[in-house]
Design a protein around this ligand. Structure first.
Ligand code: ZN
Ligand code: ZN
Length: 270
């Protein structure tokens, strides 16, 4: 598609960045001539596509907020660890189980609220990350809205969030970086914590009604829940930090001054 201007019919229009190369089109946005090296998605020149990519707000602030919320949430969850240990391994009859239950339940409410806050901040970060990648021409197979929605859809929520975060890690840092992240541990302990939490609730419910059913069993399961939750959050923070670092690096690269491609940088012919 050539937009040869009259008077230039004789000479083939050339790329302004690569005077030796013929233009293949004009940029959809600024109208400059573009050679095949400089052509970007949507028929734009490199500069216009760079500007469009930088126009998407970055996820740095959201990453920081999510990291703090996750850290605080893990710290509060970890507080119930000594309580559980005391009930399960402490001296027989040395614990007032009723008082312990009240304390444990209150701690559970606080950590539950913090957990929800951390989840919200994490999902806000995830949404922004997918939006940025999309603007940068990197497809992870889902839209920002779906990347969040999958967390709430039964059954899909068991696998999709893991697949999406893994796809993001691969897009920003390659398969090697993705493999170095504790993705499986993060997701495995997350699922396990959800399961154990349900079992814990059921055990406590039964402990109140059936004669002889030990409430300490609930605390024992609670120990497992707590451990899994803490591991999940620690892994999550690690994954989030590494992905954000890669995004920051890429954005810094885009903000760097424009340099025309040389022969060596030429894209591999399609
Ligand atoms: Zn342009
Ligand atoms: Zn060019």
């Amino acid at each position: 598609m050539l937009n040869a201007v009259e008077g230039e019919v004789e000479s083939q229009p050339m790329c302004p960045s690569h005077p030796a190369r013929e233009a293949v089109r004009t940029c959809e946005r600024c109208g400059r001539y573009v050679c095949s090296w400089c052509e970007r998605e949507g028929g734009q020149c490199r500069e216009c596509s760079r500007q469009a990519a930088l126009a998407v707000p970055d996820s740095r602030v959201r990453a920081r907020r999510a990291t703090w919320a996750l850290g605080i949430s893990a710290a509060i969850t970890a507080l119930s660890l000594p309580l559980g240990l005391w009930v399960v391994f402490g001296p027989e009859g040395g614990v007032d189980l009723d008082a312990m239950r009240v304390l444990y339940a209150r701690l559970g409410i606080v950590s539950g609220v913090m957990d929800i806050a951390a989840q919200v901040f994490f999902l806000m970060w995830l949404h922004r990350v997918v939006r940025q990648l999309k603007a940068w021409g990197q497809d992870i197979g889902t839209s920002p809205a779906w990347a969040v929605a999958f967390w709430f859809i039964p059954f899909a929520s068991l696998v999709k969030p893991y697949q999406i975060v893994k796809a993001i890690a691969e897009q920003v840092g390659g398969t090697f970086l993705a493999a170095s992240l504790p993705l499986s541990l993060w997701w495995g302990t997350n699922i396990l914590a959800r399961l154990l939490n349900r079992m814990e609730q059921q055990t406590f419910d039964k402990a109140g009604t059936i004669e002889g059913a030990p409430a300490s069993a609930g605390y024992a399961i609670g120990l497992g829940t707590t451990l899994c939750s803490v591991v999940t959050v620690v892994c999550c923070i690690q994954i989030l930090r590494v992905i954000q670092e890669q995004l920051d690096r890429r954005r810094a690269g885009m903000e760097a001054p424009y340099t025309p491609l040389t022969e060596e940088d030429a894209p591999v012919a399609e």
